[in-house]
Design a protein around this ligand. Sequence first.
Ligand code: BDR
Ligand code: CA
Length: 314
Amino acid sequence: MPRKIILDCDPGHDDAMAILLAQGSPDIDLVGITTVAGNQTLDKTTLNARRVCSAAGITDVPICAGCAAPLLRPLVTAAYIHGESGLDGPQWPEPTVPLSDEHAVDFIVRTIMESDGDVTLVPVGPLTNIALALRREPRIVAKTREVVLMGGSSERGNHTPAAEFNIIVDPEAAAAVFSTPWPVTMVGLNLTHQAGAGPDVVERIRALGSPLARTVVDLLGFFGSTYKVAEGRPHPPVHDPCAVARVAKPELVEVQDAFVVVETKGEWTSGMTVTDFTGRLGRAPNAKVATVLDRAGFWDEMVSAIAALGPASR
Ligand code: BDR
Ligand code: CA
């Protein structure tokens, strides 16, 4: 049975790849896409979700806009990685798929409460929508199958030396998600840095020859250029689809139990996901932490998903 997921995202180049993997994988049933402010403002991330779905022929998945700002802090965006549009690189035609009238938080609560407990949340942006859904309807805790999120790191950060972007944008929301007693898997930078889109991958995608494949190649071209400048990386790490891959094919992503807590007050370390694998803090594990990626298997899944999609494919 394909696993039902809600993808909560802030597209974003790698968010776009996460949407494609979620819809193109036979192991995933994408029941909804919810958007949040993060890589860019909410109006831009929502437009981008619609652009990606239109380009990929994803017409049967509701897209719901969520929160325009973090719980307590002013919004910080990542134009230095994703450009002014949030999805710079390709030429995007006017999107053809509509936006739902339902707020993302209402959609998340309603979908989970109406489910048989079989819906997994896959947040790959700041955790604002998820924290507000918890506040609005605490009974979702018992009814959510699991939360598999891209965010944090068991090692260093990226937006600051200590903090990963999705967590530092809304650390209070992230703290709420990690301190809630539901099954959480953290797919952080220590894992996603293993998912570099090198020339081998780009050429495989280009060889698919479809308009969607060309769009993805253009996305990776822009993403690669900003990552070179921002972090000196030879190949851009495609973070967000790694969380989807963990749900689709768990064997692609090894995990270890750990206690994870989000630093919200540190002068230099705010937004850090302090990760204790060995029990030094005397706390029981509250999360699974992704550690090792099967890179070849991951890219096989990603390429097959892109090959399966396109304007007339679904
Ligand atoms: C995360 O931050 C965003 O820029 C990416 O889309 C990803 O979700 C990586 O730190
Ligand atoms: Ca993202």
